[in-house]
Design a protein. Structure first.
Length: 313
C-alpha cells in the first residue's frame, strides 16, 4: 500500500510539474537572440532577460573562465552559476521584478571581461519575453562567419534532401526505366523505334547519335554512343540540357542514364535520354527541342535537334 501511495504521489508531482511548465509556456515566450558587443555602448552592460524556473544560456565565441565568472547578489534568487566550455547557465528560482538588477561579469579564458545586467522578463505588446539562449559575438564579422557556416550547412542539407527525393522519384519513373534499357544496350526491350542516326567526330572522340520515337505516342528518346580515343584521360559527363527552340529558351524535363560513370581511354560508353510529349508542349502547340551534352571540363560534346514529331507522330 505504501508503494502504491508513493507511486501515486510521484505521478501527481509529474502532473503538477507538467502543468507548471504549461502555464509558464503561456506566460512567457522563450526565444533565442544574438548579441553583438561592438554594436552596444562600451559603458553600458547588455541586458539579459530571465524567467523563474527557466534556464537561460549565454553562448560565447571562446571558452569561459569559471573562476573569474561571477554574479553579484545571486544568493536566494538563483541556483549557483554554471560555467563550462563556451556556455554560462542562469537558473532563477522564481520570477524577478522589473526593479531587480544583478550584475554578471563573464571572463573568457583570454582575459576578456564582458559585463551583463540580469533582470526580469521583457514586456512586449503581445507577451512577456525571456532569453532562452543568447549568442554573444564580439563583432559583426564573427557573427557573419558563423551565420555563413550555418547557411552553408542548411543549403547542403536541403540539396541532399532534394537529391534523395529526386533519386526516389527516379526509381519509380517510367522514363528513367526506359533510359536504363537504352543505356544498357537493350534497345529491343525498350518501346521505341529508330528514326535517324547521326555520326559525329570531335577530335579523338567518335559519337554516334540515334534518335527514337515511341512505339506508342508520347515519348522520344536519344541514345549517344561515345568512343573515347583519348590516350590518357577518361571522358566524364558534365551536364546535359534539353531546351525549347522558342524564344526565350526554356529548360525541359527529361530522364538520363549512363551505362558507366566515366568512359576510360579506348573504350565506349552510352548515354540515354528520354523525354515525354509534355516536354515538347508550348503555348503555340508543340515545339522542337535541342539536346546538349557537355563534358566535365565544360566543353560541348553533342548538340542535336529533336523534332516534336518524334513524340507525337
Amino acid at each position: 500500500m505504501r508503494k502504491l501511495l508513493l507511486l501515486r504521489s510521484t505521478r501527481l508531482l509529474v502532473l503538477l510539474a507538467s502543468g507548471a511548465m504549461a502555464r509558464e509556456g503561456k506566460e512567457h515566450a522563450p526565444n533565442e537572440r544574438t548579441l553583438i558587443l561592438s554594436e552596444h555602448p562600451r559603458s553600458e552592460a547588455s541586458k539579459v532577460y530571465v524567467g523563474g524556473r527557466i534556464s537561460t544560456v549565454l553562448r560565447f565565441e571562446k571558452p569561459c573562465d569559471p573562476e573569474r565568472t561571477k554574479m553579484l547578489g545571486w544568493e536566494g534568487h538563483f541556483e549557483p552559476l554554471l560555467c563550462g566550455g563556451r556556455s554560462v547557465v542562469l537558473y532563477p528560482l522564481r520570477d524577478l521584478t522589473p526593479e531587480d538588477r544583478f550584475m554578471l561579469m563573464v571572463t573568457l579564458t583570454d582575459g576578456t571581461e564582458i559585463p551583463f545586467m540580469v533582470t526580469a522578463h521583457r514586456q512586449t505588446y503581445f507577451d512577456r519575453e525571456i532569453d532562452q539562449q543568447v549568442n554573444v559575438f564580439a563583432n559583426r564579422e564573427g557573427y557573419d562567419a558563423v551565420l555563413s557556416s550555418l547557411y552553408r550547412a542548411l543549403d547542403s542539407e536541403r540539396e541532399l534532401r532534394e537529391e534523395n527525393e529526386r533519386h526516389r522519384k527516379e526509381e519509380n519513373s517510367v522514363d528513367h526505366a526506359y533510359a536504363t534499357l537504352l543505356a544498357n544496350g537493350e534497345v529491343k526491350q525498350a518501346p521505341f523505334r529508330p528514326k535517324k542516326t547521326i555520326l559525329l567526330k570531335d577530335g579523338d572522340t567518335t559519337v554516334v547519335v540515334e534518335l527514337f520515337s515511341g512505339k506508342e505516342k508520347g515519348k522520344a528518346a536519344v541514345l549517344v554512343t561515345l568512343t573515347n580515343a583519348y590516350s590518357n584521360e577518361p571522358w566524364r559527363l558534365g551536364e546535359a540540357r534539353l531546351t525549347s527552340d522558342l524564344t526565350p529558351r526554356t529548360a525541359k524535363p527529361f530522364a538520363l542514364r549512363m551505362n558507366q560513370a566515366e568512359i576510360a581511354p579506348g573504350t565506349t560508353g552510352r548515354i540515354a535520354v528520354v523525354a515525354d510529349k509534355s516536354a515538347f508542349a508550348s503555348g503555340q502547340g508543340f515545339a522542337d527541342l535541342t539536346l546538349e551534352i557537355f563534358r566535365a571540363d565544360g566543353s560541348q560534346q553533342v548538340a542535336v535537334s529533336l523534332d516534336h514529331s518524334l513524340a507525337i507522330e
